[in-house]
Ligand binder design. Sequence first.
Ligand code: FES
Length: 394
Amino acid sequence: MKKQSTPSRETAPAPAAVFGRTTQLDVENPPPDLYGRPQPDRFMRAVTAFGDTYTPAMGRPLLRRSPRLPAPRARAPLSLVVTAHRAVAEGVVELRLADPSGDRLPGWQPGAHLRLTLPSGRERHYSLCGDPADRTSYRIAVRLIADGGGGSREIHQDLHLGARLTVRGPRNGFAFCGEPKLLLLAGGIGITPLLPMAREAQRRGLDWHLVHAGRSEASMPFTEELRALAAMGVPPAGSRGRVTIRTEDAGGVPTAAELLSLARPGSAVYCCGPAPMLAAVQAAFDASPATALHFERFGAAPVLDGRPFTLQLGADGERLPVPADRSALDVLRAARPDLPYSCHQGFCGTCRVQLLAGTPEHRDRRLTAEERASGALLPCVSRAAEGETLVLEV
Ligand code: FES
C-alpha cells in the first residue's frame, strides 16, 4: 500500500470502524458525487461506493512517513481586527485579519489554519490562503453554507470592518512537505490551503500541477490568482500547464481516477475538499502513478460502521434515536439547535457533552482517558453499540 497521511484536522475513524466495515456496493441508491450531491453517473457511483467500503483500510499504519514540520508550541490567543471583508466569488467572502497595533503576526506554513471565535461565540476553523511571507495580515476565505450551523452566515452577514475576533493558531495539520513532483487537488473552497502550497511549489521550482474543481467559475475563488501564478513559470515540456480549472457546468464532475491520472509517476498528491471527494480519491489512489497522498477534509467525516442507538436528554427526558448513518451531534442539534460545535471531526472539543449513563464508543482524538472516565463525550464522532442508550446532561 502506498503512503497516505491524514492531518490532525481530519479525524480517522476509531479502530473498530477502520477494520470492521462491511458496506455493500449499492448502485440503485448511489452515493453522492465529489461534492456530496446525488448523481446519475454509474461509474462514479461505483467508485464512490468502493471508496466508502475500502477507504477505512487505508487508515492502517503508514509504510513510510513524510517529513513533518515540528509541532508548534501552544500560543496565547490573538485578538485580531477585520481589515478587509469582500466577496471573491459567488457565496465566498475573503477576510483579512490584522493586529490592531500593526504588530507582526506569528508565522505560518502552507496548509496551516486558524481557529476563530466569532462574536456569537461560535468557533470555526479556516485555512490560511494568503502568502506566508506577509506577516501583516492573515487571509481566509469562507463559503456561505446556507443550511450550516450559522458560522459562515455570521461571517458573511454580520462581521464588519473593525470587528474584533479571538484567533487561535496558526496551526498546521496539513503540512506541505515539498516533494519534487506534486499534484494538488482542490474541490470548491478546498482551494484555500492548496493555494499557498502552489505558491510555495512555484517559489521552490518544484514540478507541480493544481486542479481546482467546482460548480462554475463564478463560484470558485482565486482563479485569476491561480492563473497568474501558473503564468510565472515554464511548465515541463509536454505537460498541460500548471493549473486546470475544472467546472461542472463546462465539463461535468471529474471522477477521482480522472483527477489522479494527472499525477506524474512518483508524485505526491495533496487533496482538500468535501468528504465524498476525499473518499473517492483515497479509493482510487492505489491505482494511480502517485506515491503519497496527503489530505484535509472539510466538514464532517462520514459515519463508518455506525449502528443505531438512542440518546436520552436527562434522566427522564426526551429519547432521540440515532440512525446508523447519522452522527449523534446531528441528532442532538435537531433537538437543541444551540448546541455548539466546530470541527465536526472529534478534535476541537467544542461539542463536548456530559454523559450520565450508558456505555459510549469514543471515536474522538481529543479527550484524555481521565476525561472519558469522568463522562465527557464528543457526539460529533462518538457513538454507542446497537440498542444502547446514552443518557446525556444537556
Ligand atoms: S465539533 Fe469538534 S470535537 Fe465535536
